[in-house]
Design a binder for this molecule. Structure first.
Ligand code: 5GP
Ligand code: MN
Length: 351
């Protein structure tokens, strides 16, 4: 493990950044950690993994999320203490007012935190960003932005290690970090092709993180309504554009209500069409449950088909090369037409 640790850790970060972050940490006591809205396994895992470490270092840490996270992440250490800004605004704002350092994790732009973004922006304290999305736009003192990283959890582990504090990673902290490395790679299916990824994962397992247990907690935790919806989509709502190796499916508000939709039910559906042999692109168009007109768009692709470029050109969004998203303020039918145009625009590389 020792040789491997050296192989991994020393390369990615700039030493000056690590030293600057160390100084800010030494000078701070009340730390706020936050991530993007609709937090996923990587957002929650990275925040709670960093929080566990900082608490062990004697810091007072408050994790604040813009809104709620899926219940299958509730088991993580510190999850019960996470403040949800949309429901606990006052207590969250008190913590922000007392903070002397803010971490933004798994986040490249304040708007992805909804109203919490400007509240944190207005707080005049030192700020550190650790993230793997493209185009970071958060005002901060130290920026760790590495789009090539599998997950923010991977970066947090590297960060702790770079600070010389790997010994402080607890089993519970390791479980949090392992979760994000798992969920942001679709359980090690994509964005995880480097030996370093698995060395880092092995380091977490060495701390006692049980990846099989985490897999079951995260992936075998669904409601029946998820399968009602999935069956419905696959039988009725998916359109295959065979010559482009692409598919588009829709999900309306009414269909979700009829199936007894519970938040998180449709997570990952967009990946499923890519399980069909030869498929290269999958687009999901899902109506917002409350706001109208609003359609949430998710895109998944393979190889060098740029889902993020498609998201920014056609869907007011962005993301990673093979996993991107956006939003359209229009009806599902109009969104579908736009999705068809988007597919045609990439016909050359999809054929
Ligand atoms: P998902 O399809 O899981 O909602 O999103 C996949 C990825 O696309 C996210 O990790 C995020 O990087 C990116 N993404 C999703 N929605 C948006 C958006 O509205 N704007 C930008 N810039 N990226 C998005
Ligand atoms: Mn992430």
């Amino acid at each position: 493990m020792k040789t491997n640790e050296k192989y991994i850790i020393d390369e990615m970060f700039d030493k000056a950044d690590v030293d600057a972050a160390r100084l800010l940490l030494d000078e701070s006591q009340h730390i706020v950690i936050s991530a993007h809205q609709m937090p996923d396994g990587d957002a929650i895992g990275s925040c709670l993994g960093l929080a566990a470490y900082l608490r062990d270092k004697g810091k007072e840490v408050t994790v604040i999320m813009p809104n709620s996270f899926p219940s299958f992440l509730n088991w993580m250490e510190g999850a019960e203490d996470v403040l949800l800004y949309d429901r606990q605004r006052q207590v969250a704002e008190e913590a922000i007012a007392q903070s002397d350092l803010i971490f933004y994790l798994d986040l490249n732009a304040p708007y992805r935190m909804l109203e919490l973004g400007s509240v944190l922006d207005n707080r005049q304290v030192h700020k550190i960003v650790i993230d793997h999305h493209l185009n970071p736009e958060i005002a901060c003192d130290v920026l760790f932005s590495y789009p090539q990283a599998s997950s923010t959890c991977e970066l947090v582990l590297r960060f702790i290690h770079a600070l010389g504090d790997y010994d402080l990673v607890s089993k519970e902290g390791a479980e949090c970090l392992c979760t994000g490395m798992m969920t942001d790679t679709g359980a090690f299916q994509y964005n995880s092709n480097s030996p370093e990824f698995f060395i880092l994962l092995a380091m977490l397992m060495g701390k006692g993180a049980d990846k099989d247990m985490i897999y079951r907690r995260v992936y075998h935790s669904y409601n029946k309504s998820r399968y009602l919806l999935l069956g419905h989509i696959l039988n009725n709502n998916i359109e295959y554009i065979d010559e482009l190796h692409a598919s588009i499916f829709t999900l309306s508000r009414e269909e979700m209500r009829n199936a007894g939709y519970i938040k998180g039910d449709v997570e990952g559906f967009v990946n499923i069409p890519l399980e069909i042999q030869g498929m290269k692109l999958s687009i999901s168009l899902r109506e917002d449950l409350d706001k109208s007109p609003l359609v949430h768009v998710s895109i998944r692709s393979v190889d060098d088909i740029p889902a993020n470029e498609m998201a920014s050109r056609f869907f007011n969004g962005g993301g990673h090369l093979n996993a991107a998203g956006g939003r359209l303020e229009c009806t599902l039918e109009e969104a579908c037409q736009i999705a068809h145009k988007a597919c045609q625009a990439y016909a050359d590389i999809l054929k």
